[in-house]
Design a protein around this ligand. Structure first.
Ligand SMILES: [Zn+2]
Ligand SMILES: [Zn+2]
Length: 389
Protein backbone atom coordinates (compact mmCIF):
# COMPACT_ATOMS: atom_id res chain seq x y z
CA UNK A 1 0.00 0.00 0.00
CA UNK A 2 2.72 2.45 -0.96
CA UNK A 3 1.19 4.10 -4.01
CA UNK A 4 -0.24 7.57 -3.68
CA UNK A 5 -3.86 6.56 -4.34
CA UNK A 6 -4.10 4.10 -1.47
CA UNK A 7 -2.45 6.57 0.94
CA UNK A 8 -5.22 9.03 0.15
CA UNK A 9 -7.79 6.26 0.64
CA UNK A 10 -6.26 5.40 4.02
CA UNK A 11 -6.48 9.05 5.14
CA UNK A 12 -10.13 9.23 3.97
CA UNK A 13 -10.95 6.02 5.79
CA UNK A 14 -9.22 7.32 8.93
CA UNK A 15 -11.27 10.53 8.75
CA UNK A 16 -14.54 8.60 8.38
CA UNK A 17 -13.65 6.36 11.30
CA UNK A 18 -12.89 9.34 13.57
CA UNK A 19 -16.09 11.17 12.61
CA UNK A 20 -18.11 9.72 15.49
CA UNK A 21 -15.53 10.72 18.12
CA UNK A 22 -15.54 13.98 20.11
CA UNK A 23 -13.60 16.88 18.50
CA UNK A 24 -11.11 16.80 21.35
CA UNK A 25 -10.02 13.58 23.04
CA UNK A 26 -8.49 13.92 26.51
CA UNK A 27 -5.19 12.11 26.86
CA UNK A 28 -2.48 11.88 29.52
CA UNK A 29 0.69 12.71 27.57
CA UNK A 30 3.88 11.57 29.29
CA UNK A 31 6.93 13.69 28.51
CA UNK A 32 10.67 12.94 28.26
CA UNK A 33 11.27 14.82 31.56
CA UNK A 34 9.19 12.20 33.42
CA UNK A 35 6.12 14.35 33.93
CA UNK A 36 2.62 13.90 32.49
CA UNK A 37 0.09 16.50 31.37
CA UNK A 38 -3.49 16.07 30.21
CA UNK A 39 -3.98 17.41 26.69
CA UNK A 40 -6.91 17.66 24.29
CA UNK A 41 -6.10 15.93 21.00
CA UNK A 42 -7.96 16.10 17.68
CA UNK A 43 -8.67 12.52 16.54
CA UNK A 44 -9.04 13.73 12.94
CA UNK A 45 -5.23 13.94 12.87
CA UNK A 46 -5.23 10.15 12.48
CA UNK A 47 -3.99 9.10 9.06
CA UNK A 48 -3.83 5.32 9.24
CA UNK A 49 -6.42 4.30 11.87
CA UNK A 50 -8.18 1.00 11.20
CA UNK A 51 -10.67 1.68 13.98
CA UNK A 52 -11.13 3.36 17.37
CA UNK A 53 -11.38 2.04 20.88
CA UNK A 54 -13.17 3.77 23.78
CA UNK A 55 -10.77 2.99 26.61
CA UNK A 56 -12.29 1.37 29.69
CA UNK A 57 -9.05 0.72 31.57
CA UNK A 58 -5.31 0.81 31.12
CA UNK A 59 -3.38 -1.00 33.85
CA UNK A 60 0.11 0.13 34.80
CA UNK A 61 3.02 -2.30 34.98
CA UNK A 62 6.71 -2.28 35.85
CA UNK A 63 7.67 -1.70 32.21
CA UNK A 64 5.75 1.61 32.27
CA UNK A 65 7.63 2.71 35.38
CA UNK A 66 11.01 1.72 33.87
CA UNK A 67 10.35 3.55 30.61
CA UNK A 68 9.04 6.63 32.41
CA UNK A 69 12.00 6.77 34.78
CA UNK A 70 14.60 6.22 32.03
CA UNK A 71 13.11 9.15 30.10
CA UNK A 72 10.84 8.66 27.09
CA UNK A 73 12.31 9.42 23.66
CA UNK A 74 9.28 11.57 22.75
CA UNK A 75 5.99 12.73 24.28
CA UNK A 76 3.82 9.62 24.45
CA UNK A 77 0.35 8.51 25.45
CA UNK A 78 1.44 5.53 27.53
CA UNK A 79 -0.59 2.52 28.71
CA UNK A 80 -0.24 -0.90 27.10
CA UNK A 81 -2.55 -3.19 29.10
CA UNK A 82 -5.65 -1.80 27.46
CA UNK A 83 -9.30 -2.87 27.71
CA UNK A 84 -12.04 -1.06 25.83
CA UNK A 85 -15.00 -1.02 23.49
CA UNK A 86 -14.69 -0.78 19.71
CA UNK A 87 -16.54 2.34 18.58
CA UNK A 88 -15.57 2.34 14.90
CA UNK A 89 -13.95 -0.12 12.58
CA UNK A 90 -12.94 -0.35 8.94
CA UNK A 91 -14.85 -3.08 7.06
CA UNK A 92 -11.67 -5.01 6.27
CA UNK A 93 -10.59 -5.08 9.93
CA UNK A 94 -14.09 -6.11 10.99
CA UNK A 95 -13.60 -9.12 8.75
CA UNK A 96 -10.01 -9.90 9.68
CA UNK A 97 -10.42 -9.43 13.45
CA UNK A 98 -13.89 -11.02 13.49
CA UNK A 99 -15.21 -8.31 15.82
CA UNK A 100 -17.89 -5.65 15.52
CA UNK A 101 -18.53 -2.14 16.74
CA UNK A 102 -19.73 -2.47 20.33
CA UNK A 103 -17.49 -5.44 21.14
CA UNK A 104 -15.40 -5.28 24.31
CA UNK A 105 -11.79 -6.29 23.72
CA UNK A 106 -8.37 -6.64 25.33
CA UNK A 107 -5.39 -5.45 23.27
CA UNK A 108 -1.97 -7.03 23.14
CA UNK A 109 0.83 -4.48 23.24
CA UNK A 110 2.61 -5.76 20.14
CA UNK A 111 2.18 -4.06 16.78
CA UNK A 112 4.00 -6.66 14.65
CA UNK A 113 4.85 -6.02 10.99
CA UNK A 114 2.78 -8.99 9.80
CA UNK A 115 4.91 -9.50 6.68
CA UNK A 116 5.27 -13.00 5.25
CA UNK A 117 9.01 -12.29 4.89
CA UNK A 118 9.33 -11.71 8.68
CA UNK A 119 10.59 -14.81 10.43
CA UNK A 120 8.56 -14.02 13.57
CA UNK A 121 5.33 -12.90 11.89
CA UNK A 122 5.21 -15.90 9.55
CA UNK A 123 4.50 -18.20 12.54
CA UNK A 124 1.22 -17.82 14.43
CA UNK A 125 2.62 -17.86 17.97
CA UNK A 126 5.83 -15.92 17.41
CA UNK A 127 4.66 -12.51 16.13
CA UNK A 128 5.32 -11.15 19.61
CA UNK A 129 9.03 -11.49 18.79
CA UNK A 130 8.75 -9.44 15.58
CA UNK A 131 11.80 -7.11 15.55
CA UNK A 132 9.44 -4.20 14.79
CA UNK A 133 7.49 -4.82 18.00
CA UNK A 134 10.47 -5.66 20.22
CA UNK A 135 10.90 -3.63 23.38
CA UNK A 136 14.65 -3.59 22.67
CA UNK A 137 14.16 -3.16 18.92
CA UNK A 138 11.62 -1.31 16.80
CA UNK A 139 9.37 -0.49 19.78
CA UNK A 140 6.21 -0.51 17.62
CA UNK A 141 4.08 -1.17 20.66
CA UNK A 142 0.89 0.13 22.20
CA UNK A 143 1.77 2.92 24.62
CA UNK A 144 5.19 3.57 23.09
CA UNK A 145 4.53 5.40 19.81
CA UNK A 146 5.03 9.16 20.06
CA UNK A 147 2.28 11.75 19.78
CA UNK A 148 3.90 13.05 16.56
CA UNK A 149 2.55 9.98 14.71
CA UNK A 150 -0.95 10.53 13.32
CA UNK A 151 -3.37 11.48 16.09
CA UNK A 152 -0.82 10.45 18.71
CA UNK A 153 -3.53 8.45 20.46
CA UNK A 154 -1.63 5.15 20.51
CA UNK A 155 -1.81 4.23 24.21
CA UNK A 156 -4.44 3.43 26.81
CA UNK A 157 -4.02 6.55 28.94
CA UNK A 158 -6.61 8.44 26.88
CA UNK A 159 -10.37 8.48 26.40
CA UNK A 160 -10.02 6.95 22.93
CA UNK A 161 -7.25 5.07 21.19
CA UNK A 162 -6.43 4.46 17.53
CA UNK A 163 -6.44 0.86 16.37
CA UNK A 164 -4.06 0.04 13.54
CA UNK A 165 -4.03 -2.77 11.00
CA UNK A 166 -1.25 -4.22 13.17
CA UNK A 167 -3.36 -4.31 16.34
CA UNK A 168 -3.74 -7.73 17.99
CA UNK A 169 -6.91 -8.05 20.04
CA UNK A 170 -9.07 -10.56 21.90
CA UNK A 171 -12.82 -10.34 22.51
CA UNK A 172 -13.86 -10.11 26.18
CA UNK A 173 -17.17 -11.19 27.75
CA UNK A 174 -19.37 -8.12 28.22
CA UNK A 175 -20.29 -9.08 31.79
CA UNK A 176 -16.73 -9.71 33.04
CA UNK A 177 -16.13 -7.51 36.10
CA UNK A 178 -14.11 -4.44 35.12
CA UNK A 179 -11.47 -4.92 37.87
CA UNK A 180 -10.90 -8.49 36.73
CA UNK A 181 -10.90 -7.55 33.04
CA UNK A 182 -7.98 -5.22 33.77
CA UNK A 183 -5.97 -8.31 34.81
CA UNK A 184 -6.29 -9.93 31.36
CA UNK A 185 -2.74 -9.24 30.09
CA UNK A 186 -0.62 -9.72 33.26
CA UNK A 187 -2.63 -12.80 34.24
CA UNK A 188 -2.04 -14.15 30.73
CA UNK A 189 1.71 -13.63 31.25
CA UNK A 190 1.51 -15.50 34.54
CA UNK A 191 -0.47 -18.38 33.01
CA UNK A 192 2.18 -18.65 30.30
CA UNK A 193 5.12 -18.54 32.73
CA UNK A 194 3.74 -20.73 35.53
CA UNK A 195 1.63 -23.23 33.59
CA UNK A 196 2.60 -23.38 29.90
CA UNK A 197 6.35 -22.93 30.38
CA UNK A 198 6.89 -23.77 34.07
CA UNK A 199 4.68 -26.85 33.75
CA UNK A 200 2.70 -26.32 36.98
CA UNK A 201 -0.22 -28.68 37.30
CA UNK A 202 -2.56 -30.11 39.91
CA UNK A 203 -0.49 -31.01 42.99
CA UNK A 204 2.55 -28.93 42.03
CA UNK A 205 4.61 -26.99 44.54
CA UNK A 206 5.24 -23.50 43.18
CA UNK A 207 7.54 -20.77 44.54
CA UNK A 208 7.23 -17.19 43.33
CA UNK A 209 9.95 -14.62 43.93
CA UNK A 210 8.40 -11.17 44.28
CA UNK A 211 4.82 -10.34 45.32
CA UNK A 212 4.38 -7.56 42.71
CA UNK A 213 1.97 -7.24 39.81
CA UNK A 214 3.17 -10.39 38.03
CA UNK A 215 3.96 -12.18 41.30
CA UNK A 216 0.37 -11.86 42.47
CA UNK A 217 -0.85 -12.88 39.00
CA UNK A 218 1.45 -15.93 39.24
CA UNK A 219 -0.22 -16.94 42.51
CA UNK A 220 -3.56 -16.83 40.69
CA UNK A 221 -2.17 -18.92 37.82
CA UNK A 222 -0.79 -21.58 40.22
CA UNK A 223 -4.14 -21.61 42.05
CA UNK A 224 -6.02 -22.02 38.77
CA UNK A 225 -4.27 -25.33 37.98
CA UNK A 226 -4.67 -26.65 41.52
CA UNK A 227 -1.13 -26.27 42.85
CA UNK A 228 -0.72 -28.07 46.16
CA UNK A 229 1.45 -25.36 47.67
CA UNK A 230 2.24 -21.80 46.62
CA UNK A 231 5.03 -19.89 48.35
CA UNK A 232 5.76 -16.22 47.74
CA UNK A 233 8.97 -14.47 48.75
CA UNK A 234 9.07 -10.73 49.37
CA UNK A 235 11.11 -8.07 51.09
CA UNK A 236 10.55 -6.37 54.41
CA UNK A 237 9.39 -3.00 52.97
CA UNK A 238 5.96 -1.45 53.52
CA UNK A 239 4.91 -2.13 49.93
CA UNK A 240 6.24 -5.67 49.87
CA UNK A 241 4.67 -6.61 53.22
CA UNK A 242 1.28 -5.28 52.07
CA UNK A 243 1.60 -7.29 48.86
CA UNK A 244 2.61 -10.44 50.73
CA UNK A 245 -0.59 -10.03 52.75
CA UNK A 246 -2.54 -9.99 49.49
CA UNK A 247 -0.76 -13.17 48.35
CA UNK A 248 -1.61 -14.75 51.69
CA UNK A 249 -5.29 -13.84 51.27
CA UNK A 250 -5.13 -15.63 47.90
CA UNK A 251 -3.96 -18.81 49.63
CA UNK A 252 -0.18 -18.56 49.34
CA UNK A 253 2.23 -19.02 52.22
CA UNK A 254 4.78 -16.24 52.48
CA UNK A 255 8.45 -15.76 53.25
CA UNK A 256 9.93 -12.39 54.20
CA UNK A 257 13.55 -12.20 53.13
CA UNK A 258 15.39 -8.91 52.92
CA UNK A 259 18.70 -10.10 51.49
CA UNK A 260 18.42 -11.25 47.85
CA UNK A 261 21.63 -13.30 48.28
CA UNK A 262 19.84 -15.45 50.86
CA UNK A 263 16.86 -16.22 48.63
CA UNK A 264 17.83 -19.84 48.05
CA UNK A 265 18.52 -20.45 51.74
CA UNK A 266 15.14 -18.90 52.64
CA UNK A 267 13.37 -21.18 50.17
CA UNK A 268 15.28 -24.21 51.45
CA UNK A 269 14.15 -23.58 55.03
CA UNK A 270 10.54 -23.48 53.98
CA UNK A 271 8.29 -26.51 54.27
CA UNK A 272 9.48 -30.07 54.37
CA UNK A 273 12.41 -29.48 52.05
CA UNK A 274 10.76 -31.47 49.29
CA UNK A 275 11.60 -28.90 46.69
CA UNK A 276 9.51 -27.12 44.11
CA UNK A 277 8.23 -28.11 40.69
CA UNK A 278 8.29 -24.52 39.51
CA UNK A 279 10.16 -21.48 40.79
CA UNK A 280 9.34 -18.18 39.06
CA UNK A 281 11.57 -15.15 39.49
CA UNK A 282 9.36 -12.15 38.68
CA UNK A 283 11.87 -9.54 39.85
CA UNK A 284 15.12 -10.38 38.05
CA UNK A 285 17.34 -11.44 40.96
CA UNK A 286 20.08 -12.73 38.66
CA UNK A 287 22.64 -14.99 40.36
CA UNK A 288 20.66 -15.55 43.58
CA UNK A 289 17.71 -16.78 41.48
CA UNK A 290 19.95 -19.34 39.74
CA UNK A 291 21.03 -20.70 43.13
CA UNK A 292 17.43 -21.70 43.82
CA UNK A 293 17.77 -24.50 41.22
CA UNK A 294 19.08 -26.59 44.14
CA UNK A 295 15.50 -26.61 45.45
CA UNK A 296 13.90 -27.84 42.23
CA UNK A 297 12.25 -31.24 42.24
CA UNK A 298 13.13 -33.68 39.44
CA UNK A 299 12.02 -32.25 36.07
CA UNK A 300 11.48 -28.89 37.77
CA UNK A 301 11.75 -25.51 36.07
CA UNK A 302 13.21 -22.20 37.14
CA UNK A 303 11.43 -19.52 35.12
CA UNK A 304 13.23 -16.19 34.77
CA UNK A 305 10.81 -13.37 34.01
CA UNK A 306 13.28 -10.58 34.64
CA UNK A 307 16.90 -9.74 34.04
CA UNK A 308 17.68 -7.25 36.78
CA UNK A 309 21.22 -5.90 36.74
CA UNK A 310 22.88 -9.30 36.28
CA UNK A 311 23.03 -10.38 32.65
CA UNK A 312 25.63 -13.10 33.39
CA UNK A 313 25.52 -15.49 36.36
CA UNK A 314 26.66 -19.00 37.29
CA UNK A 315 24.40 -22.00 37.54
CA UNK A 316 25.11 -25.41 39.07
CA UNK A 317 25.03 -27.71 36.05
CA UNK A 318 25.35 -30.84 38.17
CA UNK A 319 22.03 -29.99 39.85
CA UNK A 320 20.37 -29.37 36.52
CA UNK A 321 21.58 -32.56 34.83
CA UNK A 322 20.95 -34.85 37.79
CA UNK A 323 17.50 -33.38 38.32
CA UNK A 324 16.69 -33.25 34.60
CA UNK A 325 15.58 -29.75 35.49
CA UNK A 326 15.79 -26.57 33.50
CA UNK A 327 16.19 -22.82 33.54
CA UNK A 328 14.18 -20.84 31.03
CA UNK A 329 13.81 -17.16 30.26
CA UNK A 330 10.35 -15.84 29.41
CA UNK A 331 8.84 -12.72 27.89
CA UNK A 332 5.30 -11.60 27.04
CA UNK A 333 2.83 -14.47 26.77
CA UNK A 334 1.57 -16.48 23.85
CA UNK A 335 -1.84 -15.64 22.34
CA UNK A 336 -3.31 -18.92 23.69
CA UNK A 337 -2.38 -17.76 27.18
CA UNK A 338 -4.51 -14.65 26.65
CA UNK A 339 -7.46 -16.83 25.64
CA UNK A 340 -6.92 -19.02 28.73
CA UNK A 341 -6.59 -15.92 30.95
CA UNK A 342 -9.95 -14.61 29.73
CA UNK A 343 -11.62 -18.01 30.27
CA UNK A 344 -10.26 -18.31 33.80
CA UNK A 345 -11.19 -14.73 34.73
CA UNK A 346 -14.71 -15.30 33.41
CA UNK A 347 -15.02 -18.57 35.36
CA UNK A 348 -14.27 -16.65 38.61
CA UNK A 349 -12.35 -17.57 41.76
CA UNK A 350 -8.88 -16.78 40.41
CA UNK A 351 -8.08 -15.10 43.73
CA UNK A 352 -7.42 -11.82 41.91
CA UNK A 353 -10.70 -10.52 43.34
CA UNK A 354 -8.74 -10.21 46.63
CA UNK A 355 -6.38 -7.61 45.13
CA UNK A 356 -7.50 -4.02 45.83
CA UNK A 357 -7.76 -1.98 42.63
CA UNK A 358 -6.29 1.54 42.72
CA UNK A 359 -8.21 3.48 40.07
CA UNK A 360 -7.13 6.91 38.83
CA UNK A 361 -8.43 9.26 36.13
CA UNK A 362 -6.21 10.90 33.53
CA UNK A 363 -5.51 13.88 35.82
CA UNK A 364 -4.08 11.50 38.39
CA UNK A 365 -1.50 9.87 36.11
CA UNK A 366 1.31 12.36 36.82
CA UNK A 367 1.04 11.98 40.60
CA UNK A 368 0.60 8.23 40.27
CA UNK A 369 3.88 7.81 38.37
CA UNK A 370 5.70 10.16 40.76
CA UNK A 371 4.53 8.43 43.93
CA UNK A 372 5.09 4.93 42.58
CA UNK A 373 8.65 5.85 41.65
CA UNK A 374 9.47 7.50 45.00
CA UNK A 375 7.75 4.58 46.77
CA UNK A 376 5.19 6.72 48.59
CA UNK A 377 2.37 5.54 46.30
CA UNK A 378 -0.24 2.83 46.73
CA UNK A 379 1.11 -0.56 47.74
CA UNK A 380 -1.46 -2.62 45.82
CA UNK A 381 0.15 -3.86 42.62
CA UNK A 382 -3.14 -3.41 40.71
CA UNK A 383 -3.05 0.21 39.53
CA UNK A 384 -5.49 1.10 36.78
CA UNK A 385 -5.96 4.26 34.74
CA UNK A 386 -9.65 4.79 33.97
CA UNK A 387 -10.10 7.69 31.54
CA UNK A 388 -13.81 8.02 32.39
CA UNK A 389 -13.06 9.00 36.02
ZN1 LIG B 1 3.24 -4.51 30.83
ZN1 LIG C 1 7.23 -9.08 11.86
Amino acid sequence: MNDHGSTVDAAETAGTLAATLPDAVRAAVSLPDSTTTVQAIDPMLATTAAGWLKVESSALCGTDLDLYQQGLGHPTVMGHHVIGEIVSLSPVMQWSWDVEVGDRVALEEYLPCGLATCDACSKPDVYRFCPDADLWGGQRRVGMLGIQEGSGLHGGNAEYMELSTRTVLHRLPRDLDSNLAAWTQPFANAVDWVVNIGGATSGSRVAIIGPGYHGVAAVAAARAVGAQEIVVLGRNSRTSRDRLEIAEAMGASIIVNDDPRLTSAALGRHGQGGGFDVIVDTVGLGGPALQTTEHLRKLGRLVLAGLGDTPVAEVNLKTLVRGASGVVGVRGRSPEAVTRSIELLAAGDTGLEHVPSIDVGLEGVDELFRTLLDRTGPSSPHVVVRPSL
